[in-house]
Write a protein that binds this ligand. Structure first.
Ligand code: ADP
Ligand code: MG
Ligand code: MG
Length: 211
């Protein structure tokens, strides 16, 4: 297995703003089709603030757990949309089992992601098939919980791939949670913006993992 240090996570969080800037228009487009067209902007606002505070967080945080909690709190506080509290809970709870650690094993990292995803479900109460980010995350959790592949890069690649397919699977669905719910059948044929940003965000972790 491999060990991921604080520097890895700080680098990932530093990559998030350029990533959302690059994808903002695409996410805006998806959200304008079945929502209120602000998903890209919401993420930009959140991660702009994360970027602003990242050096201070890195200096002051005692451990990886605190880094994640601080970032979650920024998203929770700064992003108005439903994605802010959901992604905020994700990062806050991802840090809950790694108190005191300045590095984590790959398996511990997988556990962090699973905890974060559970927090999203606890908060948003969405199930698979409701046309939300959960449709991307839960197929990813299945991969994280499997023993194979053993190689971390292979496993994380499979995780992101499963999430990407999960996002695609939202296209034919009617929404049972979130704004798109009001559209009924008219949401059919459109991909859920949160499911799309979810897998893309996890790909930022993958890219740094490969370095
Ligand atoms: P808002 O809908 O408030 O404008 P965003 O546009 O930033 O917020 O985020 C919309 C995304 O949030 C949706 O595409 C969906 O994936 C996700 N979402 C909304 N409600 C829920 C929920 N209850 N559980 C999980 N995800 C949700
Ligand atoms: Mg929106
Ligand atoms: Mg909104």
């Amino acid at each position: 297995t491999i060990v991921l240090d604080r520097e890895y996570f700080i680098n990932v969080f530093r990559d998030m703003l350029p990533f959302v800037d690059e994808q903002a228009e695409h996410l805006q487009q998806l959200d304008s089709e079945i929502g209120d067209g602000d998903h890209g902007i919401n993420l930009t606002i959140g991660f702009r603030e994360v970027t602003k505070q990242l050096d201070t967080i890195n200096e002051e945080a005692a451990d990886i757990s605190t880094v994640f909690k601080k970032i979650g709190m920024i998203l929770l506080g700064k992003v108005g949309g439903s994605s802010g509290p959901l992604y905020g809970s994700f990062f806050m709870k991802a840090g809950k089992d790694v108190t005191g650690k300045d590095e984590v094993t790959f398996d511990e990292f997988c556990g962090m992601l699973i905890n974060g995803i559970e927090a999203i479900q606890l908060r948003g109460k969405a199930e698979i098939g409701d046309k939300t980010m959960i449709d991307a995350f839960l197929p990813g959790v299945d991969v994280l919980k499997q023993d194979k592949p053993e190689d971390p890069i292979e496993k994380f690649t499979a995780f992101v791939e499963a999430m990407k397919e999960g996002a695609e699977s939202t296209i034919p669905l009617v929404a049972k949670k979130g704004r798109a719910m009001r559209l009924g059948e008219r949401a059919v044929g459109h991909k859920d913006p949160g499911a799309e940003s979810a897998w893309m965000m996890m790909e930022v972790f993958l890219k740094r993992l490969k370095e």
